[in-house]
Design a protein around this ligand. Sequence first.
Ligand code: ATP
Length: 236
Amino acid sequence: MLLEIENLDVHYGRIQALHGISLSVGEGEIVALIGANGAGKSTTMRAISGLRRPSTGRITFGGEDITKMRPDRRVVAGICQAPEGRGIFSGMTVQENLFMGAYTRKRGAQLNADLDHVYMLFPRLKERRRQPGGTLSGGEQQMLAIGRALMSRPKLLLLDEPSMGLAPMLIAQIFQIILEIRDQGTTILLVEQNAQQALSRADRAYVMETGSITREGTGADLLVDPAVRDAYLGVA
Ligand code: ATP
């Protein structure tokens, strides 16, 4: 397993947001976390990227215990989170934003090749490369956030709500790109409100409820699970 989480508890002050979460992500997988608002999905992502320290439990990445590792060290180790649509530098151009994603790496031919690769995945970003990030549409900012994360060449890409606020056409396109990114060798853990899309694209998924994992399985199995259909897919 590339990422392994065992028995994680996370608190915000006196509020316990995660209760003994355990999950794993294998190399080359797309794993989805689904669940209602407040279930603890974003908190799980924060614990993995290092923005929130667990009170108990263990996180290992590539066999190394990273539970206490600083967030910036985790980026260097190969974990990169693309925040939901925001978190881009609005005063910098699209291209400058993309280079910011590669701040841990040396400039050079490889970096330019990666930039071309991001522009190939997102031709819209190439058209707008000289435009300030803040002037992009919501969907374009979402693409920029993903593109910027890719520039760090992550082994594990964390995506928090990649379909948030996107028109249906663009949602399908974003998921298509997520599959391409996986096929090119990046492992992906994503949080999604859009359970239908997430389960139909993910290799495996976990369902979270009030800070615990209540179900897990292949995306295909969970799609036909009556309890999941009832609660998250709007079909009884
Ligand atoms: P959503 O889909 O609405 O984004 P989520 O599944 O990502 O929800 P989290 O954001 O992880 O859920 O929140 C889990 C719980 O932790 C919620 O009850 C939330 O109110 C609480 N929580 C999150 N952040 C904080 C914080 N900074 N301080 C206090 N409580 C918090």
